[in-house]
Design a protein. Sequence first.
Length: 146
Amino acid sequence: MLGRWRSWIWLIVPLGLVWAVWTHWPLLGEHSAAVLRAANVAYLSFLLGLLWVYRTDRVLFSPLTIGGFWFLLVFVAVTIFTTRIAMVEWGLPSLSHADVLHGLSESLLSIANLLVALGVYRQIEARRKPGLFQCRVERNDSSDCI
């Protein structure tokens, strides 16, 4: 029963997203804001799809990779907050003119990218050398856990 729904979900969700953006496009205001909202909907759909795939098959993705993709939301939130500080509070034309705030937000992007890359690396190495990233339970020694 669930197998039959999987194929329909991958068809219905993108069509629903396209319909939502298409019908609400004039209500969204400025075109750049509409594109940003559509991109946010697409990225949140990607994150939810990633969680769904991970729950059905835990071997495909590392939890670090999924955490890295979700941490990107932290980067976006901090960037919005620091942009407001730079432009409203400090009176600068953009976030790129506030070196400290810009560096802070970009460092969060680097952390998100590092988590994704490290998770992919760990999955590749785990496939190449089975048991590499697992605890050695037979000796009751948890010091080898990675």
